[in-house]
Write a protein that binds this ligand. Structure first.
Ligand SMILES: [Zn+2]
Length: 383
């Protein structure tokens, strides 16, 4: 059976690349709802064609979510988690469309995660074509705001994660081919500081500098870093100011706060809130937006059990599958947190994510699709 599954996928290599090309050439920045919804339409079309029941969960400001289910003959439910948005700007797909050069494919989101979406589709189709009775139910859960914190997807991911026997998250495989068994969780925040403007020469005593207040907060926030413990805080963007001789009444900053477990996470997120609330310059006023965006994933027993199935699947296709802990975050943290064994970075291997140099190793496309399908097959058969 394993051989038939692998052969079916290898026979569809050209279809995999044709599907990937269309997805890459459809812009889907997280803030471009129409673009993400176009990717959703394309994905829904494929999913319906292979026999899925597709539910669309409307979202007001970001792309709609999709849940596509394919009933199997075995009890249990395997969830495939994917996001349809990219971190790349609108217009990128026109400027630098999908292309293959040498052993790599390029284009916006080619690895993160349009390659993963493609392998997800074809793994489901292969299994449903070849051995539907031996499979658990399969569910593709597709969201549209992962790159900006998944705030509109938390409820859906939580619900679906609770129902899942196992979760494979389709982020791209690491540059060395590794999959991911542990990750950081993150809080994503924005700070708005309000002061009082005044002429900086005529009556500075009447001014309250929002920049001064924000600068003190930035230093306090950066001081939360404790890399030995895995706490990583980064103020990544600041804006604000006023022209010339004016004391600025407004400043803004965005930041992330990362952690490897929820004990650290609760502490560092509480500290962020405290620093935001503390007033260094009396009279200024600060509003904190945001909160926890991603949950950490830890390599516990349930993850190790699922990892063993992936490694067994790898042996069938001659692939030694290594796992790593990464400092980045993904939706797999939340499905893990609500109790589902989860493994991340099951997509084709890629690198330079979120940049114009982002690439996918083309030789890993069929291989990772086979790895995913066999892992799903193993879970259905042995769990
Ligand atoms: Zn991603």
């Amino acid at each position: 059976m394993e051989e038939r599954i692998c052969q079916w996928i290898a026979d569809h290599r050209d279809d995999l690349f044709a599907c990937l090309e269309v997805l890459v050439n459809t812009d889907s920045n997280s803030h471009d709802k129409a673009g993400v919804d176009r990717v959703g339409e394309i994905m829904a079309g494929h999913l319906r064609r292979i026999g899925c029941h597709v539910e669309r969960h409307a979202r007001e400001k970001v792309g709609d979510c999709l849940v596509a289910t394919l009933p199997g003959g075995k009890a249990g439910r395997i969830m495939l988690s994917g996001h349809m948005d990219t971190a790349l700007p609108v217009g990128d797909a026109q400027r630098r469309p999908f292309k293959i050069e040498g052993k790599r494919a390029y284009g916006p989101g080619v690895a993160d995660m349009k390659g993963g979406l493609t392998t997800m589709l074809f793994a489901m189709e292969a299994l449903h074509t070849i051995c539907p009775d031996e499979m658990m139910d399969m569910a593709a859960v597709l969201t549209g705001d992962e790159e900006i914190g998944s705030f509109a997807s938390h409820d859906l991911l939580r619900n679906e994660g609770e129902k899942a026997t196992a979760v494979f998250c389709m982020e791209s495989g690491r540059a060395n081919g590794a999959i991911v068994s542990a990750r950081r969780g993150f809080g994503f925040y924005e700070l708005e500081v309000f002061g009082r403007s005044a002429h900086a020469g005529v009556d500075p005593e009447n001014g309250l500098s929002a920049i001064d207040e924000l600068a003190r907060k930035v230093v306090a926030l950066q001081d939360l870093n404790d890399l030995e413990r895995g706490i990583a805080v980064n103020v990544n963007h600041i804006k604000g100011g006023a022209p010339g001789l004016t004391i600025p009444d407004y400043a803004w900053a965005s930041l992330s706060a990362g952690f490897y477990n929820m004990t650290d996470g609760e502490q560092v997120m509480a500290r962020v809130a405290e620093i935001a609330a503390k007033t260094f310059l009396p009279g200024t006023h600060t509003v904190l937006h945001g909160g926890q965006a991603f949950w950490p994933m830890e390599k516990d027993e349930k993850v190790q059990k699922l990892l063993a199935e992936v490694q067994k699947a790898g042996q069938v296709i001659g692939l030694e599958v290594e796992d790593i802990r990464t400092g980045g975050c993904a939706d797999s943290g939340l499905t893990w947190y609500v109790g589902a064994p989860s493994i991340c970075a099951m997509g084709p291997v890629g690198g330079r994510l979120h940049t114009e140099q982002e690439y996918m190793e083309i030789d890993t496309m069929v291989e990772r699709c086979q790895l995913l399908a066999l892992s799903m097959y193993n879970v259905s058969r042995y769990w």
